[in-house]
Design a protein around this ligand. Structure first.
Ligand code: SF4
Length: 352
């Protein structure tokens, strides 16, 4: 789905920062003396509200509440009065509550860690990352609505970004693409790209600094991404299956229980997607130190009537010792057994 070489990651961030130097926004009020307090207020105001609308509110707010101490000492009514017109008042209430926490519980010092920032009211992972990146030059990825749209198009992500699994993939991708240098500029740059070029409608791809490697643009399919929410949403589950092979070219099969999916069929050993790779690695390392023989194949989706299943195949070759319950079966005889369709495809691919 996407290239993950260090060069391509570097290409992305370098192209973006170069573009930002030339065309990005450098005179926004919160870019002047970007303290955690000033960036925090801007990031909260910018949630669900466009930059041009925020600017006058931000300037008035900062004139009245120039420090977190002054904000904490003000009454909630006064703060909300300065929020009036911006909408989404929970943001204003959370801002005031967080200011009081910082001043009265943390001696006026904002948390330095991502987890600490996320513990403050109204601050999610993306906002926390943006504040720490812009104000403190800490390397954290961000994934607000604009960045999601950029990444979905850049990688031609074929799943609705509202799905949990897709979100996890996007966070992983955002993390990969985040550079180690000029983190504040990069963070501002990717937000600017989403807001000014990679817009929801009529994106300006001809001017885009990352168009060269953008899969949506290169396949003429920009309007397809981000993928819309499916009309009837089937839950998305995930699993990891292990193609364990020995030197005789046999594969390890297990008989599934009579009940549940694929009841009574032969299949591959299954693991939890989150922890499976480690489990397998530990299992293998513990037995015969063959972790270097573990290969991940591309993940794919199998759809059942009531849900989708993301399957992550992992291949382990040259196994001598049996690690799990089941039996060795030659590939031709495995293909004669009752196998679930996606597992059959994997075993056929193994034969190739
Ligand atoms: S080429 Fe177009 S679709 Fe791709 S990232 Fe740039 S603006 Fe977005």
């Amino acid at each position: 789905m996407h290239s993950t070489t260090p060069e391509s990651q570097l290409d992305f961030s370098t192209a973006l920062i170069n573009w930002f130097d030339q065309f990005g926004r450098h005179d926004l009020p919160w870019q002047k003396q970007p303290s955690v307090y000033r960036v925090w207020v801007s990031e909260i105001m910018l949630q669900q509200t466009q930059v041009q609308t925020v600017i006058p509110y931000y300037e008035r707010f900062m004139a009245r509440f120039p420090t977190v101490q002054i904000l904490a000492e003000a009454s909630q009514e006064t703060v909300l009065a300065h929020w009036s017109g911006l909408g989404y008042y929970a943001r204003g209430r959370n801002l005031w509550k967080a200011a009081r926490l910082v001043v009265y519980d943390y001696q006026g010092v904002f948390p330095h860690s991502l987890a600490g920032m996320m513990a403050l009211p109204g601050i999610g992972r993306s906002t926390a990352g943006a504040i720490l990146a812009i104000a403190n030059q800490q390397r954290h990825p961000i994934l607000d609505g604009n960045v999601k749209r950029v990444l979905c198009r850049y990688d031609a992500v074929d799943f609705w970004p509202g799905e949990k699994v897709t979100q996890q993939q996007l966070w992983h991708r955002a993390e990969q693409l985040t550079p180690y240098e000029r983190i504040a500029d990069y963070t501002q740059a990717i937000m600017d790209l989403g807001a000014t070029l990679c817009r929801r409608s009529k994106p300006l791809c001809e001017q885009c600094p990352v168009a060269k490697n953008c899969q949506a643009w290169n396949t003429g399919a920009v309007s397809k991404y981000p993928v819309s929410q499916p009309k009837s949403i089937k839950p998305l589950r995930s699993t990891m299956v292990l193609l364990c092979c020995n030197q005789q070219g046999e594969v390890w099969l297990q008989k599934r229980p009579q009940t549940g999916i694929w009841g009574g069929l032969w299949s591959l050993p299954e693991f939890d997607l989150e922890t499976g790779f480690n489990q397998i690695t530990c299992l293998v390392e513990g037995r015969n130190a063959m972790a270097h023989n573990l290969i991940k194949w591309p993940e794919f989706k199998h759809t059942f009537t009531h849900y989708h299943l993301m399957i992550q195949p992992v291949v382990l070759v040259d196994v001598q010792q049996v690690l799990l319950e089941g039996e060795w079966v030659s590939l031709p005889s495995a293909l004669k057994r009752g196998l679930p369709a996606p597992i059959r495809k994997l075993i056929e691919k193994l034969g190739e």
